[in-house]
Design a protein around this ligand. Structure first.
Ligand code: TYC
Length: 101
């Protein structure tokens, strides 16, 4: 085959490998869940260091919601389930949702 009909290898790779859809995991505010509980949860579930967990909690508290991370579907689902399980275990109404990015 002549050279001009061949694809560059990097272009072929781009055509074949599709990026998976990504999902934002969003924490929602409420009037009852204690702030300390939310900070601990953000550290535990999202591996955030204390200063970032505090910042994210305050962002949710003041603006109503905040994105905690962006993941593939399965990982996002696990994070949402972990947040909801922890909230239920402690009888807090904390809510967390996932939305396609
Ligand atoms: N608003 C809550 C309070 O004042 C704190 C809170 C922060 C609750 C973040 C939920 O996702 C949340 N105790």
């Amino acid at each position: 085959m002549s050279l001009k009909h061949q694809h560059a290898p990097e272009l072929e790779t781009e055509e074949v490998v599709k990026k998976p859809p990504m999902y934002r995991v969003i924490l929602l505010n409420d009037d009852f869940t204690p702030q300390d509980f939310v900070v601990d949860l953000l550290r535990q579930v999202f591996s955030m260091p204390l200063p970032l967990a505090t910042k994210v909690m305050l962002q949710v508290h003041h603006s109503g919601s905040c994105v905690c991370g962006v993941y593939t579907y399965e990982i996002a689902r696990i994070k949402v389930d972990q947040v909801q399980a922890l909230a239920q275990q402690h009888d807090h109404p904390l809510r967390c949702v996932m939305r396609e990015d």
